[in-house]
Write a protein that binds this ligand. Structure first.
Ligand SMILES: [Fe+2]
Length: 285
């Protein structure tokens, strides 16, 4: 079994690094933490970075999860190899490019690129975006799954994730107390389905809605409230077909032994208790 602490960053490929930077700063509201040749790093909280745009295509895409120690990472590599996953051990240069001490990369059963990292760097500096988006931090990712039942078993049986709730066959899974850090959504191919940042309040959701409309950004879902996590949300379209989400008020699960996962209707009732309907096609190109 592999114990994971939290989701720590996403890497997204783009053919237009300058355009992606403009969106991340001026629309999403992130802070540029660092620029390197072919890559730009963004802060959304006290961590050194939580999003990295890399020149390239979907092959650059990755979602990273923290693992406690080097010994745990070696064990995880062995477990994954025993299950038939090809495991790449990060080189010093690759570790430096991710601000981690060590990492391994592999594909989940759907083919999503996953990285398990040890000791991701944090900073003493708090995040401050150039616009007042109210972001409090990077919080979760949605991953596409070509077989949610198979992939749920991988994330729960192998990686110790716990299912908080399901929307249709889409499991929302936690590693700690936050209702979900990763969710799996049925789709015909792998890929990151959406990237979530938490914001401080409903006011931030509404301010961003006006900001998105002023800038002709496509709102794909919301504002609404998820009946699962009770978070208020807003989804919108970003560069390279990626969907971003702001949400506020995600619930925490502290009564771990007593919590039972609940089954919600797939769409639209399971997604929004205010009656907003997701534009599923717009969630993924
Ligand atoms: Fe989400």
């Amino acid at each position: 079994m592999i114990g994971l602490k939290d989701v720590v960053y996403c890497r997204l490929g783009t053919r237009d690094l300058a355009g992606a930077e403009w969106f991340a700063v001026n629309i999403l509201g992130l802070e540029v933490a660092e620029r390197r040749k072919g890559a730009i790093y963004f802060k959304s909280d006290a961590r050194a970075h939580t999003l990295c745009y890399v020149e390239g295509g979907r092959e650059q895409e990755a979602t990273a999860f923290e693992i406690a120690t080097s010994a745990d990472l070696q064990n995880a590599g062995a477990v994954l190899e025993n299950l038939g996953h090809a495991v790449h051990y990060g080189t010093p240069a690759e570790c430096d490019a991710r601000h981690v001490r060590e990492f391994i990369r592999f594909d989940d059963p759907s083919g999503n690129h996953i990285e398990f990292v040890v000791r991701p760097e944090t900073t003493a500096q708090r995040y401050h975006g150039s616009r007042d988006a109210g972001i409090t931090g990077f919080s979760h990712v949605g991953l596409c799954s070509t077989d949610p039942a198979r992939d749920e078993l991988f994330w729960t049986d192998v990686c110790k994730a716990r299912v908080s709730d399901r929307i249709g066959d889409a499991p929302l899974m936690r590693f700690g107390t936050i209702h979900h850090s990763v969710a799996l959504f049925p789709f015909h191919q792998p890929g990151i389905q959406h990237v979530n940042h938490q914001v401080a309040s409903t006011d931030d959701i509404q301010r961003s809605l006006a900001h998105l409309r002023r800038n002709q950004v496509t709102v794909t879902f919301g504002p609404g409230r998820h009946p699962t996590s009770s978070a208020q949300f807003l989804y919108f379209a970003g560069p390279d077909g990626m969907t971003f989400e702001y949400s506020t008020g995600v619930c925490e699960i502290h009564d771990e032994p007593l919590w039972r996962d609940r089954q919600f209707h797939f769409a639209p009732k399971g997604f929004c208790q205010w009656g907003s309907a997701p534009n599923i096609a717009a969630f993924k190109d």
